[in-house]
Design a protein. Structure first.
Length: 177
């Protein structure tokens, strides 16, 4: 069921300022950190700042030899099923960047010549320079990093549309610049 129907908003996608996702299955859309960074919308600028902060700290940790701290930071970038974005068949249940998969990707980052040469300097570069990372995983990483921004945006939309919110709902990890 789409959010607009679930909350009886009586609006079409064109009338909404958010993606009218179907909560029972993934919508084949992805968050693209490059497009977020290219936007001049204030919300996108906040998200870009959050993404840049995360990635700068991540690269600095690797550069300083603090690999375990960088690995810990990277381990929090798992599949965010709550957004219902991606390409899972049936109910959202993506694999994301978690567990063993995160370790494999992290090792690919550490062993990448792109990290040695400094070519890998933006989150979106993962798709090009790191084996096993495509637009879906970059989107998952982006969602986790900007989760606090997305929560604040969602709360604003709930207020705008008169949707009641619940206190003390666990959110998962997010980056605080």
């Amino acid at each position: 069921m789409k959010l607009s129907a679930l909350f009886d908003l009586r609006k079409t996608q064109a009338e909404l300022d958010f993606i009218d996702i179907d909560t029972a299955r993934d919508t084949p859309l992805y968050l693209d950190p490059h497009l977020i960074g290219a936007s001049q919308h204030p919300f996108a600028e906040q998200c870009h700042s959050t993404i840049s902060s995360f990635f700068s700290v991540f690269l600095a940790l690797i550069g300083d030899g603090a690999k375990e701290q960088a690995r810990e930071l990277f381990s929090n970038l798992n599949e965010p099923n709550e957004t219902c974005l991606g390409s899972s068949k049936g109910a959202p249940r993506g694999r994301g960047v978690g567990g063993e998969n995160a370790d494999d990707i992290f090792e690919s980052v550490l062993n990448s010549r792109a990290i040695e040469t400094g070519v890998l300097d933006h989150l979106e570069d993962f798709r090009i320079f790191v084996h096993g990372v495509g637009k879906d995983k970059v989107s998952d990483m982006t969602t986790n990093i900007i989760r606090a921004n997305l929560i604040e945006y969602t709360q604003t939309q709930c207020d705008l549309h008169g949707i009641a919110m619940t206190d003390d709902v666990p959110t998962g990890a997010y980056w605080v610049p």
